[in-house]
Design a protein. Structure first.
Length: 93
């Protein structure tokens, strides 16, 4: 009779362990799929960041800025006046 209880307890314990193993395996598999998805999203964001950085670098080059200034009607100054710190810009009456 005692042997039957031991066998029942061992069998029950094995069944519980197998079920727990299956649950953990499914959980690890789901987490692995989520990790893969997050890594793909990270790679996409890194690629987009690189693309935008390149675009900012290209758009802020002096030649592009010069072309945009010309198209907006800006022109190079014809005469440049330099002031010194000794000359007052405005005087009080």
């Amino acid at each position: 009779m005692l042997k039957k209880y031991k066998e029942l307890i061992i069998t029950s314990l094995l069944i519980v362990l197998v079920i727990a193993n299956v649950i953990f395996t499914v959980s690890v598999s789901a987490n692995g799929a989520e990790l893969t998805s997050l890594e793909k999203a990270q790679n996409d964001l890194l690629a987009k960041n690189q693309e935008l950085t390149d675009k900012v670098t290209n758009e802020s080059s002096l030649s592009i800025i010069s072309q945009k200034a010309d198209s907006l009607g800006f022109s190079k100054p014809e005469n440049i006046v330099y002031t010194t710190a000794l000359e007052p810009v405005a005087n009080l009456p």
